[in-house]
Design a protein around this ligand. Sequence first.
Ligand code: IMP
Length: 388
Amino acid sequence: MSDGQHTIVLGCQWGDEGKGKLVDILAADCDVVVRFQGGANAGHTILFDGHKFVLHMLPSGVLRPHLVNVVGNGCVVDPVALASELDELRARGMAPPPGRLLVSGGAHLVTPDLLSEDRDTGAKIGTTGRGIGPTYARKAQRVGIRCEDISEPGFADRIPAVEGKERFLAACQRLVPYVGDCSRYLHEAMAEGKRLLFEGAQGAMLDLDLGSYPFVTSSTTTIGGAFSGAGVYVPFARRLGIAKAYSTRVGNGPFPTELTGETGDLLRTRGHELGSTTGRPRRCGWLDLHLLRKAVVANGINEIALTKLDCLSGLSEILVATGRDRSGQPVYHPLPGWDEELANCPSFDRLPKTTIDYIGFVELHMGVKVRIASVGPDRSKTLFRGAQ
Ligand code: IMP
């Protein structure tokens, strides 16, 4: 096994930090991209060559033709969503053939009854309605249905007779050529010297254990989930934490630095903060270093990418929460804003001094270097400090 060349990309807030774009860029230097948790609740938006791709179920590496993409056993797979993403990619000549897409036989299937159960019961949490909670619940109850069951006799009889069953069964048949043993594949790939890139979905604050329970998703979104969710130990040399330069949250639950007034509206407009899976407006607020620190600790983050810095331009003052007071309220530190538009900034060290100071403040409080600054949605608007 060759150590030192594997990377994991993890969201450090409530998801939507811009992981998809970073994974897509870093994938250029990798051989295999792996998803290990979550399902079609994710929404990874990637923009390149003027095309916008929103991936929910497929790993973000599908847009790079040299890569193998793996959906690990820790994921919950909605075959209908997956088939429709494959169709969309096929229409653009980019669908991965079997061999370039491997779905773990151990991943649990989101059946149509579980989709409607989530839609009926998920309102309190504000779930995405993609069947995530009910599917993981069945898995934990040891009554779930897995991808490897599709080819077993009597499979269709195990699916409750509800609306959407026929479509579900047809989509399952399309999945069959992709189903395999991911754990073994990944182990062998490492032995052959292949470079792995693990792609987290959602973020640390939505982790089933670490997040603000019960307002969380139903999987382990932090690094521990990578090992159990892919069935293999990977010595990740690069543990890249993605954090937006401010905070957003979709769905219900505590959001200590939330901005409900004008500044929140401004960030929402500037950052086009609408959920890529549900289209819901995202709640917006100041950067919360108190929570970010928890994500850094839980994940062993050794490098940070700060995204959407361009959306903060024009604010005279930017607040950053550094801790909590005795009553648990955020303690803010004010930092000067900047007027310059950042989107056309050619390199990291040409960012305005106030932006560099903002980044430096984050580094000081996290004890981790910010190696990447994202200043626009396109692949090209990504500034690396040092080597990529
Ligand atoms: P579920 O994952 O659909 O069960 O939803 C649980 C919580 O996680 C809700 O607050 C959702 O809005 C949130 N959530 C799930 N996936 C994402 C995501 O990809 N980005 C942001 N929030 C998400």
